[in-house]
Design a protein around this ligand. Sequence first.
Ligand code: GLU
Length: 524
Amino acid sequence: MKLNSLIRTRFAPSPTGFLHIGSLRTALYTYLFAKQSGGQFILRLEDTDLERLVEGAAEAIYNGLKWAGLNYDEGPDVGGPFGPYVQSKRLDLYKKYANELIKNGNAYYCFCSDETLEQMRQEQIAKKQAPKYDRRCLKLRDEEVKQKLTANEPRVIRMKIPEKRIIEFTDIVRGKVAYNTNELDDQVLLKSDGYPTYHLAVVVDDHLMQISHVTRTEEWLPSTPKHILLYEYFGWEAPAWAHLPLLLNPDKTKMSKRKGDVMVGDYIKKGYLPEAMINFLAFLGWNPGLPAEALAKAGTEKEIYSMQELLKDFSLEKVHKAGAIFNIEKLNWYNQYYMRQIPLDKLTELCIPYLIENDLIVPKFDHSFDIAAMKGPFTVKDFETCLTKEKISFDYIKKAVALEQERSKTLSEIGESVKFFFEEPQYDKSLLFWKDTSEEEIKKSLQTLQKIISDITEKKFKKENLQEIIMPEAEKLSDRGIMLWPLRAALSGQKASPGPFEIAEVLGKEKTFERISFAIKKLD
Ligand code: GLU
């Protein structure tokens, strides 16, 4: 471990898919660990697996990290003193270091074709042996190797793994870990196309970029002894290791696309807030583990943590070894909590893209935007001047959003639930009926409401006033639901919605009257 030096961590995703939610958790822990001690957090793209590259994935990684507030000090799009931060732009370096290993006898050329390797594998399986490269190319004489190289035969470079050695290291999360080198394969380091494999590139880059701590998921644990050997071969000091637990589905399988959303973009699109996501992810594999005394005082374990608080309290040592279960209910709980905390103006701004997407409001200017990619206009300033279908003001949108703030779990949910404030609700007349009340009675209620409403001035069209005037009328009936239910149903067209007086205030006198009339017509 590099002592007394600056902590430098890196997040090193492969742009082979959009940013995975588990990767964002890795990035968060990596960021927190560096930043809590004034260190640096670096982004590096590991794009050496050409066949698996996905267009737009790099952008999604940049956007996702920025959305979450995990700002990196160095990276492909921000530069830095150890660049380039994209592996495909560092190929010469990897070649140079692979050749160095050959020169020192720590690696060798392998000329075996894919067919030969497959045959070897099948034979080993048939003999019930663990498939492993049988090192036949290591036995080639120097002359033969030279000849093949001169003939430019396709080849890879493999690392030479020593026999019967125990590689032991202390992982910050997992404690003492040991591997017997006999379990390791002579890993390919440089492929026939001149590209490095992950193993060579990661070691060269972590060293050259002066990474002090490697934080990654436990899938990479079995690779670590190979990496440690490479550090040894190069004569470099190895970083400290922390292998993080995986994120699991509730059925304890590895989180995958087939079981639900796994991409950060999906969650941005659905309207989860970065504060909620960060707080939620922080607890997927870690908790503050308060000492018993502090816990007794606090009553329960504190669950709400801002980024600032996480920076203070997070510790890699307290990260759990066991996989962490991704529980969407908990994420919804966090999101609802944070949505309730947001000032209304801000929340309204955040909801506007969802209203545009649902075609409820139309911006005046030509624009293109993509919620998941975080592109496009998002501020009040941008939208204040935007026209809605009926020239609805920001203030109107704000009032509609206010009624849904407490009830909604995500921004997109608000985008759905405020629909009836922007377009005539469509519903079946059966929605207007309260319990077993007759059609006649409902109609009479609505007609009474029509009359009451036409007598209230626009200025007095406030929920308190409406309540004061309408409630006594409703109480006169055998059941006040006979008046309140059809009113609410007529205004919202929904089975569940905020209360009728609140909705009426937002809609205003004219629209309220129109909707009641529309309901009466349905009953005619
Ligand atoms: N490129 C690897 C991945 O996407 C990174 C592993 C590491 O951090 O060393 O998982």
